[in-house]
Write a new protein. Sequence first.
Length: 162
Amino acid sequence: MEWVDVVDEQDRVIGVAERARVRRENLRHRASYILVLDDEGRILVQRRTLGKDFCPGMLDACAGGVVTQGEVMEPSARRELAEELGIFDVPLQSFGTFYAEGEGYRVWGGLFSCRYQGPLQLQAEEVSEVHWMSLVEIAERAAEFTPDSLLAISTWQARQLG
């Protein structure tokens, strides 16, 4: 059973709930978002498995996932990179937090990026395939992507310039 901190509109912890309840009742929570870039600036895009509880089968521009009870954003990001993609010990650049809300999600995201071009080990339960895509390619196929990962990209782009 996975426990998750429930947070308010200011990202303050107001309770704890099982992950299944967080999804079922659309409770506000935290998640890590990591953009993995190659040396050409392309983004590693994942196809989510059909068994995922959020946006199954869709493309996702970020590694990452739900932050567990008491977990801090950067360790969560590192855990998710290792679990989903087999990426360990890479420098992470932080871009702060952002808020995303839409149908079926209300989440405070911790936003990171890293550079990586080594071997990958995909987590079979979560990732069915990966592709390197440019920002233009992602924009052209935006309807296939999870809405929160598109918001993560636009936030990342704005904060890189700022």
